[in-house]
Structures are given as structure tokens and as C-alpha cells.
Design a protein around this ligand. Structure first.
Ligand SMILES: Cc1cc2nc3c(=O)[nH]c(=O)nc-3n(C[C@H](O)[C@H](O)[C@H](O)COP(=O)(O)OP(=O)(O)OC[C@H]3O[C@@H](n4cnc5c(N)ncnc54)[C@H](O)[C@@H]3O)c2cc1C
Length: 232
């Protein structure tokens, strides 16, 4: 089996998601000859006036050796075969710690540190000076109505951290592989799975229903991350 990537495959606006057929046409194979096809990234390409289209970066395998040079092979490159996930037990932490780990702050940094340490099997306590996200909603709404400012529960402080009420563009300049893991975690917690592959992912936390944000946080608390640790 040969592994390839195809960069910037154009797909018509009304054919979102129909990249298998477009790829097959482009590399002159039957769609059934393409295996393990996966989207690495997709975006809306509006660079050419009058021709907005979806643009897909794809990974796939095929039994046929394809030509990756020359004008007809534009966008096609050879790739390494996909990596297999490491076995679950090798992901467990091996440090023997005398105490439980304390994390200060339930913003994105604290929440993800807690989540990953818990998955590795460590005991974690997360301390947050503000309130759980659903109570934060109330304090913020009150502030916009009567200007009563709670210094520990506001737009910046509380469960979810400073960006919890932003418009939720998922920005990071880091190319670290953990960034992708964070997107997968978000999907596990109920966010639309397009965030993993869309080039400019956007959650829109400000428009998120209070109940939904609370439910997502609940699942994290269910793991034990926020044990009795608010208003610290
Ligand atoms: C209005 C706004 C809009 C934003 N929009 C976006 C966006 O659209 N996209 C994007 O990618 N980024 C956005 N950001 C940036 C993003 O919010 C930050 O990069 C991110 O929140 C940083 O995460 P953090 O966990 O490091 O810190 P924070 O989110 O600041 O979290 C720190 C937490 O620690 C708590 N804390 C601090 N000191 C103590 C203490 N001594 N004891 C207990 N708890 C403590 C605080 O209450 C807070 O909840 C926005 C930021 C703001 C302010």
C-alpha cells in the first residue's frame, strides 16, 4: 500500500464533503481504489474572485504507485504511513508522587493540564478563585444590568478562564502536536467534529447555551478535575 497527501484539492461550494469523487478524478483512479481517506484540513478558499470553493488537504492510501512530479501531479505528495495509536497502558504516568497535584486556575491551561494528568492516572486538585461556569453566567449578566462587579467572578475570572465568553475562535500559533489533541478533546466533550479539520475553527462560546457549556464542564468535573475547588 502507498500513502499520499493531496494539498488544496478544490471542491465546489455545493459539494462540501464530496472530496472522494473530486480526489479520484484528480488522480485518475476509481473512488474504490482510494483507502483510509481522511481530511487533514479544510477551508473556504475565496482568494480567486468569483470562484469561492472548499479546499481540502487529504491523506489517503492506494495500491497504485502514483506519479508525484510534473504538472498533472500538482498537490500530490508521498506521505509516511499513518501511525498506530500507542497502547493505552503506555499512556499512564510512571512518576510516584508523594502528594496529589495542585493546579491553580481553571482557564484553558489549567483545565487541560488537569484533564491530561487525570488521564495519565494522577490525582489532581484544581483550584479556581471564581465560580462554576453556570454561576459565572449569572454574575456577568448582572454586571451588564446593574454594574455590580464581582472581582472573582466576571468575564475574565471563573471556570473556563478569560476566553469563555469570547466569540471562540480557536487560535494558537503553536504547531505542537498537543494542539490537535486539544481539538479531539473538545469533540469528546460535545463540540462539532469539524473543529479538528477546519482551517479556522470557531466554537462561538459567547453564543453557547448556558446548559450546554455547563454540561461540558460537568463531564470534566465528573472526571474529578474540579473537586470542591471553586472560590479559593
Ligand atoms: C475578551 C477575550 C476574548 C478572547 N477571545 C479569544 C478567542 O476568540 N480565541 C482565542 O484563542 N483566545 C481568545 N482570548 C485569549 C484566551 O482567552 C487566553 O489565551 C486564554 O484564556 C489563556 O488561558 P489560561 O488558562 O492561560 O489563563 P486564563 O484563561 O486567564 O485562566 C486563568 C484562571 O485562573 C484563575 N486564577 C488566577 N489566579 C488565581 C489564584 N491565585 N487562585 C485561584 N484561581 C486563580 C482565574 O480566575 C482564571 O479563571 C480572549 C481573551 C479575552 C480576555
Amino acid at each position: 500500500m502507498y500513502s499520499y497527501c493531496f494539498h488544496e484539492l478544490p471542491v465546489a461550494l455545493n459539494k462540501k464533503g464530496q472530496y472522494r469523487e473530486a480526489l479520484a478524478k484528480s488522480i485518475k483512479l476509481h473512488p474504490d481504489q482510494i483507502f483510509n481517506l481522511a481530511v487533514a484540513r479544510f477551508s473556504l478558499d475565496c482568494r480567486r474572485k468569483g470562484d469561492p470553493h472548499w479546499s481540502y488537504n487529504l491523506r489517503f492510501e492506494t495500491n497504485c504507485k502514483l506519479k508525484t512530479t510534473g504538472n498533472n501531479a500538482r498537490g500530490l505528495v508521498e506521505a509516511r504511513p499513518p501511525q498506530k495509536d500507542p497502547p493505552e497502558e503506555s499512556l499512564k504516568g510512571s512518576l510516584s508522587l508523594p502528594d496529589e497535584i495542585a493546579i491553580v486556575g481553571a482557564g484553558p491551561a489549567g483545565l487541560w493540564a488537569a484533564l491530561h494528568l487525570l488521564r495519565k492516572g494522577y490525582k489532581v486538585n484544581l483550584y479556581e478563585q471564581g465560580k462554576p461556569v453556570e454561576e459565572r453566567f449569572r454574575d456577568i449578566r448582572r454586571f451588564f444590568v446593574d454594574r455590580k462587579f464581582n472581582p472573582r467572578s466576571n468575564v475574565l475570572f471563573g471556570e473556563g478562564g478569560a476566553g469563555a465568553f469570547s466569540d471562540g475562535k480557536l487560535n494558537t500559533r503553536s504547531r505542537n502536536s498537543f494542539s490537535e489533541q486539544v481539538l479531539h478533546d473538545m469533540v469528546d466533550f460535545g463540540v462539532d467534529k469539524d473543529v479538528i479539520t477546519f482551517a479556522k475553527p470557531h466554537i462561538g462560546t459567547d453564543k453557547r447555551k448556558r446548559g450546554r457549556a455547563a454540561r461540558e464542564m460537568d463531564s470534566l468535573r465528573g472526571l474529578g478535575a474540579c473537586r470542591g475547588a471553586f472560590r479559593t
